[in-house]
Ligand binder design. Sequence first.
Ligand code: SF4
Length: 580
Amino acid sequence: MDKILRIDMGAEGGPKISESGLGDYAGLGGRAITSAVVAKEVPPLCHPLGANNKLVIAPGLMSGTAAAMSGRLSVGCKSPLTGGIKEANSGGQASQVLARLGIAAIILEGQPADDTLYKVTINSEGAQIKPDNSLKTLGNYDVVDKMKEEYGDKIACISIGPAGEMKLSSATIACTDMELRPTRHAGRGGVGAVMGSKGVKVLVLDDAGKSMRAPKDPEKFKEANRTWVAGIKKHPVSGEGMPAYGTNVLTNVINEAGGYPTNNFRFGQFKGADKISGETLAELENARGGEGSATHGCHRGCVIRCSGTFYDKDGNYVTKQPEYETVWAHGANCGIDDLDVIAQLDRLDDDYGIDTIEMGATIAVAMEAGLAEFGDGEAAINFVKEVGKGTDLGRILGNGAAVTGKIFGVERVPVVKGQALPAYDPRVIQGIGVTYATTPMGADHTAGYAVTANVLGVGGNVDPLKPEGQVELSRNLQIITAAVDATGMCIFIAFPALDQPETFQSLIDLINSFHGLNMDADGVAALGKSILKTERDFNKAAGFTAQHDRLPEFFKTEKLSPHNITFAVSDEDLDSLYNW
Ligand code: SF4
């Protein structure tokens, strides 16, 4: 990966593509390069949808190699949802394909002169950009079908749906999976709105004629990959639980722990949890036939394979197996206990290009405002359709929970830095509350997944109900996660890597043998810290202060059943997170 592709959408005479070496960004990948480019090239006070913002799309340092699990794609920009720096990452095939094409980053910059919509094609012969207004208002599924007709089925697509074209703050960027369906999304922070503001509907990638990236030390690399794969397969979570039930294996676990946010974070347990659990989902998928549940990866080289396919009762494809966060956001958080309704919502979200977490949280806020009853699946489906149609109500909802709460006068709005909280209540899983409050990304469970030591007994044990030890736990996880996000590794490798020292070492060995480096665990931590510092400095310059590193007030005043406790980590302790 030795080149950066820049596409200046505001160039004289129409969009211009230029290619350059890595320059200041040499040695960086994934979140490290997206955040470095945004911090260096985007004025922190610029409008996120304006000419000065940039959208950076980057494979990880290990993407395109034979290293297992290395296919996450990072997308960075100034976020229209949070107003701060954003890195959202996605599975699917795009990262591996881009890396094999030798591209370390694509940077979309400038502002188009008019509302023409463009498509970008990138293959071994180079990159082209062409206007294609026939793509206007199409959902992601139709866009991909059209690209398949034009370019064949050996491609990977990165696209936006109508939500991105409308520049809504919960718009995603979709990546196609191994079945060439747009089911994987860089979901958070409205990155799709930034792509929409650049006038780009789809990037079509084709790595025909290119081969896997070659390691500097093939023997050591092979050996490290063997240990790596064996470690992932022997861990009970990554080797058994996730392949059998997908990420939704967590529903019963988090519900039993009393930290499963229900009816807009009103309760910590959901009566209908069993009906939407991973176990029930797997049973339903198996009973309906098709490809069965949880049997494949979202990209080549995944050995955990937490993914599956959801079919309706007549055996017709609906969507990929909905993830735990989606099942929660559209399920318990809206009081809905029907997997068919949740799957329909997931399909609509993927097609319109909307973040399932933000959308679910927004519907729950709308329900709290009295626009519908909790548990009303039909109303939830109609809300999402309003977003897809771009009605006035749809545009409000599509701009997320914070905007919706403000417009309908709701006090209990679960957001940090404008971004909705995911599927773990911070009063009962206090370590994740620290992550929600302090990560530069806005509330984001993946930025420092403290559920590990708080609930799952992975990487140690820290009492989830007490404030002690949570800042240290979240700090260490945020540091390591930032580094892992630079490699392109799927975050689920955290389970074996945190629990099994030899598996963590094999990840370091993979990086070293591939790139000819001599990094140790301290070097990995140093990389993570430097990414976090870059991001935090950007946010500071964009106007963020300690007051933005706080949970909404109601988490400190309203006790959550069944444990009847509030979030108890002090502001002073939160402010110490970056003191390393
Ligand atoms: S574990 Fe799941 S999310 Fe991660 S790469 Fe595999 S299929 Fe994708």
